[in-house]
Design a protein around this ligand. Structure first.
Ligand SMILES: [Zn+2]
Ligand SMILES: [Zn+2]
Length: 153
């Protein structure tokens, strides 16, 4: 492993710091309502790594777990002090952890945006240059219907 394979990042207040090694398994933009509500913004940016490639070097995380439309659990992890969401662990991909695309130290956007998912709830003013885009996602398999507030169609 060379230094070039490592990227560091952290939350707004600086208490939580982490490091990833190697290249992401996949990365992209998500327009789903969960990402919009989690971030308070128009979209979420996820950079997914194998769990063993993420090392939290400092700080305390708080966790918020909920069941998605798929009936599977999602665990959002944020800084216990400043509330920046840093990581997510979807039960759907148990060996992977999502890292928030905006929390890497500059040059922040060192990874590419390969995928764009959940176009069904995309804001009209957002234009993303991705290789592949989906109205929902390749893994989309709902087992119940969310409240309209969470559907975004
Ligand atoms: Zn913080
Ligand atoms: Zn999403």
């Amino acid at each position: 492993m060379t230094d070039g394979d490592k990227h560091e990042g952290g939350c707004l207040c600086g208490e939580v710091r982490f490091e990833v090694s190697g290249q992401p398994e996949f990365s992209g933009v998500c327009h789903c309502r969960y990402c919009q509500l989690r971030s308070g913004s128009a979209l979420g940016v996820s950079v997914f790594f194998k769990k063993q490639n993420l090392r939290i070097t400092r700080g305390t995380l708080k966790s918020y777990k909920f069941k998605t439309e798929s009936g599977k659990e999602m665990d959002y992890q944020s800084c216990a002090t400043c509330s920046t969401t840093l990581f997510w662990e979807p039960e759907m991909v148990p060996d992977l952890v999502g890292t928030a695309g905006g929390v890497y130290d500059p040059p922040t956007f060192w990874y590419s945006c390969e995928l764009e998912v959940f176009q069904r709830s995309k804001a009209d003013f957002v234009h993303i240059d991705s290789h592949k885009s989906y109205n929902t996602s390749r893994l989309y398999a709902p087992v119940h219907t969310d409240d309209p507030r969470l559907m975004g169609e």
